[in-house]
Design a protein around this ligand. Structure first.
Ligand SMILES: [Zn+2]
Length: 500
């Protein structure tokens, strides 16, 4: 039975400590629960409300020593290390990169843990999204260092995969925030830190130690920061994780907080924030309640396409008060993956975003800089359909993809239900090309790179088998059928003008 824990609190970041000198002569010795000695730098390189972090020279790992080594903490750390094996599963090399997960318990000089240290290029996601940090990174390292908007979409896709992985095992992070996600925007890499505060649903050991970071706390948790109410206090859960994650996605795609608009609730700034994020929380894009619209012009989630727009609407309207209505991390992973496939590059070399989602709403005009696509003058829009319960000739639309030169067809396009991940085949199945056709005019082509059974079924009386290595021209109304792993994938194509 775990000893009782203190009431969870909201997280406040602590200032960084001075840098330690290199060299083993400046090291102290710690001891693991198994009796192994670990040499670590004497001076901590960072500290927080829970403890101090020390570098372990030459190991790529960090040592954390807790300021107050409570008796319950040791059994919690042991349970977290057991959970690690479950989360990494049969693909440890793949999943390990997404989590700075505790690896060993330290018992001397005091209770602590050893965990991997993220590479030097990784920084908190906040440094690339919040204006005050972003400007500093640009001044110090140049504009390329903050990454591009499309790079942030890729990071959020991976983050959705990592959060889904935790939730699949009934584990919530409990403190997802822009500070606890380390990213390398140039490589598109992402890693979750502070995994020693994970909470397991139904566990008597992995209980909450933090409520979260205010900007990312679900309204039901923000309410718990105020005067104590009767009944059990709300606790971090998979649902509160989802709220935090949805705020992070909104920030990552639209560079603003989804609940911080023009509404004003109290002259007391702490009280105003508690009401804005808690009892009076209102989505800035609420379709009918407009009291919290930002006072300055802003880009709506409509620029992201209908799938992401609808998920945000659900997250920040029904989902604000009814946690069970919040979209799951898997729904987000799917939506972000499909959104990535609907982006096209911006023709303006000065555009900060470099890419945008091609939707009916913008008709080929980049919402970030106003530049219009000039070439190609049309783009093939692909609808991917899957067979409904094996009923012949009954298909449902799963998602869209916007064709663009060199865009490829991967397993998550042609295999129904597949998403990128450790088990998805790496193969390139098809590729798209904008080039001169028979009459010397430019046309769109699909090349079958490695699909074993691809048929052009546009004309039902003349079905053509497209062998691997062959190209087929794309026209308005083209239809293809792919048979793979016992499943059928129907693809319908229509041509969209890329500018008026
Ligand atoms: Zn642009």
């Amino acid at each position: 039975m775990a000893a009782s824990k203190p009431r969870p609190r909201a997280n406040k970041p602590a200032p960084a400590q001075p840098q330690a000198a290199d060299g083993l002569e400046d090291c102290s010795v710690a001891c693991t629960a198994q009796g192994d000695e670990i040499r670590y730098e004497k001076i901590p390189f960072n500290s927080g409300s829970e403890g101090r972090l020390y570098k372990i020279p030459g190991s790529g790992s960090l040592l954390k020593l807790y300021t107050t080594p409570e008796t319950w903490r040791k059994s919690a750390l042991e349970a977290i290390i057991v959970k690690r094996a479950q989360i990494l599963g049969d693909d440890p090399d793949y999943w390990e990169r997404f989590f700075c997960w505790p690896q060993k318990v330290i018992v001397q000089p005091s209770l602590g843990l050893i965990m991997p240290q993220a590479r030097a290029e990784y920084r908190p996601f906040s440094h690339f999204l919040l204006p005050r940090f972003r400007q500093r990174v640009i001044q110090q390292q140049g504009a390329a260092a903050v990454g591009s908007w499309i790079g942030h979409v890729g990071i959020l896709m991976k983050l959705a995969r990592a959060v889904h992985r935790l939730h699949r095992f009934q584990v919530c992070h409990s403190d997802l925030s822009l500070s606890n996600i380390l990213v390398d925007p140039v490589r598109g890499a992402v890693s979750l830190i502070d995994c020693d505060s994970i909470v397991e649903q139904g566990s008597s050991i992995l209980l909450p130690t933090v409520l979260g970071t205010p900007d990312f706390m679900a309204p039901e948790l923000v309410a718990a920061l105020g005067p104590r109410k009767k009944g059990p206090a709300p606790q971090p859960s998979v649902y509160t994780d989802l709220h935090a994650f949805e705020v992070i996605i909104y920030y990552g795609l639209l560079y603003r907080h989804p609940l911080k608009g023009g509404a004003f609730h109290s002259a007391d700034s702490d009280e105003d924030e508690r009401l804005t994020l808690g009892a009076k929380a209102l989505y800035i894009e609420h379709p009918t309640q407009t009291a919290n619209r930002p006072n300055t012009p802003f880009l709506s989630a409509a620029i992201l396409g209908p799938q992401a727009q609808d998920l945000f609407l659900r997250a920040f309207t029904d989902g604000l008060r009814t946690p069970e209505r919040r979209p799951s991390a898997l729904e987000w992973e799917d939506a972000l993956t499909r959104m990535y496939d609907q982006t096209v590059p911006c023709a303006n070399p000065q555009c900060d975003a470099k890419a945008f989602v091609f939707t009916e709403y913008n008709a080929g005009t980049c919402p970030w800089c106003g530049e219009t696509i000039k070439t190609p003058n049309v783009a093939p829009m692909f609808g991917f359909y899957s067979q409904q319960e094996k009923r012949k000739n009954s298909y449902q639309l799963d998602f869209h993809m916007v064709g663009w030169p060199q865009r490829t067809l991967r397993a998550w396009h042609i295999v129904p239900g597949c998403l990128p991940g450790p088990r998805a085949p790496e193969n390139i199945y098809g590729s798209l090309h904008w080039q001169k056709g028979d009459s010397s005019t430019m046309a769109w082509f699909l090349k079958n790179e490695s699909i074993e059974d691809l048929r052009d079924i546009t004309d039902s009386r003349n079905i053509l088998q497209i062998e691997p290595g062959r190209m087929v021209i794309l026209r308005e109304g083209s239809q293809f059928l792919i048979r793979t792993q016992g499943q059928e994938r129907l693809i319908k194509v229509f041509m969209a003008k890329t500018h008026a």
